[in-house]
Every structure is written in C-alpha cells, then in structure tokens.
Design a protein around this ligand. Structure first.
Ligand SMILES: [Zn+2]
Length: 93
C-alpha cells in the first residue's frame, strides 16, 4: 500500500497548547469555541510556520515543546491576539 504523506504545521499544536495558559491570565476573556479559534488563527498568522512531514495512520509521539524563545514568541502572539478578539468578538457579548 502506498504511503500517504501529509504536511503538518507543528506550530499549530504549540499555539493550541499554550492557549489555555494565556486564557488563564485573563478571567474576563471569552472562552467560547469561536473566540478560541479566532485567537489561535490570529496568533498563527503572526508566527512562522513549522512544517513536519507526517504519514497517515502512523501515531507520532508528541514533539518536545519548542525552545523557550519560541514559547515566548507564541505567548506574545497569543496575548496580542487575545486582546484583539476581546475588543471585537465576532458575536454578541
Ligand atoms: Zn466568544
């Protein structure tokens, strides 16, 4: 059977992983699915992608979290995105 490969932006996993930490700093922030996705999308657009090659059907162990500098960048991008979404959520308050 042919191997089916695909690309995965590993940065996406990192951003989702840090999202809850950033939200924990801001009790007033909306935590609905729409806002969470908006925050992650905005943050990802500020961050460089980190693509890895994956093979369909293969279970991969989680890559080690990015180095401290990258974490700081992700944290900053998420914090900015959170403020943007808070100012203009795409739904009624
Ligand atoms: Zn919301």
């Amino acid at each position: 059977m042919a191997r089916e490969l695909f690309l995965k932006n590993y940065m996406e996993d990192c951003v989702w992983e840090l999202l809850d930490q950033v939200l924990a700093q801001d009790p007033e922030a909306c935590r609905c699915d729409s806002c969470r996705h908006d925050i992650v999308a905005l943050a990802l657009n500020q961050l460089p992608p980190r693509y890895v090659v994956r093979e369909k059907g293969v279970i991969y162990s989680k890559l080690a979290m990015l180095e401290a500098q990258h974490r700081a960048d992700i944290y900053r991008a998420l914090t900015q995105a959170l403020m943007q979404v808070k100012k203009a959520p795409r739904h009624e308050r």
